[in-house]
Design a protein around this ligand. Sequence first.
Ligand code: BG6
Ligand code: MG
Length: 220
Amino acid sequence: MTGAAKKHRMKIAAFIFDLDGVLTDTAEYHFLAWKRLAEEEKLPFSREDNEKLRGVSRRASLDLILQGREMSEKKIREMMDRKNGYYRAYLEKITEKDLLPGSIDLLRELQTKGFKLALASASKNAPRVIERLGIASFFDVIADGNSVEKTKPAPDLFLFTAEKMGVPPAYCLVVEDAEAGIAAAQAAGMYTIGIGPTDRVGSADYIYPSVSEIKLEDIL
Ligand code: BG6
Ligand code: MG
C-alpha cells in the first residue's frame, strides 16, 4: 500500500501524545542532570550525545553514556538515582508556562472533536511533570515509564495505552519527537506524527517542526 493510500484509509479514534519534547521541553533538564553526573564521573558527554537519549529510558541512556565502560550493577543504580535527583530538582521549576506553544489549543480541539486522548511517556517522572503542567484532566489514559518493562523503541507502552483506552492500535495516531518513539508506534501498528527534523522523525506519516504547526486538516 502506498503512503498516500494508507493515509487515505486512515481512520483515527484516539491521539496518543508523548510528553518530553512534544508537550514540554524537558530535554534541557535531562541534559543538565546527565551533564552534572558525567562531570562528577569524568565521562565525556556533549549536547550532541544528549540528542541520542531522546525518548530512551534512564537505564538505556546511562548505557549510551558509559559507551561500554564496565561498572557494577550497584554503581549503575547509584548513578541513575543521582541523575534522577538532579533532574527532579529541575522539575520543581516547571509551571503551566512550560507547555510548548499550541499544545493546549490542540488538546482542547481534539477533545471537542470527540477523540480519545492519552499520554504515553517513557519517563518514570511523567506523573510529576504532568502535575506541574496541570494537564492531567485532558487524558483518558496516562501511561509512563512504570507502566511496562520494555520501553520505546519496543511497542509495549503504546499497546498498553491503546488497550487501556479500548481503541485498536490501527485507530491510534501517536505524536512523538523521538526516533525511538516513532519506531515504537510503528511497531505497535499505529499512525505517527513526528515533531522535529526529518533526520530524527523522517519515517513518520506526517512531520511538523513543532506541535503549533500541526494541521489537523491535513490529517483528518
Ligand atoms: C523520555 C525522555 O521521555 O524519558 C528521555 O525523552 C528520558 O530523555 C526518559 O531518559 C526516561 O526518563 P526518566 O524520567 O524515567 O529518567
Ligand atoms: Mg519525547
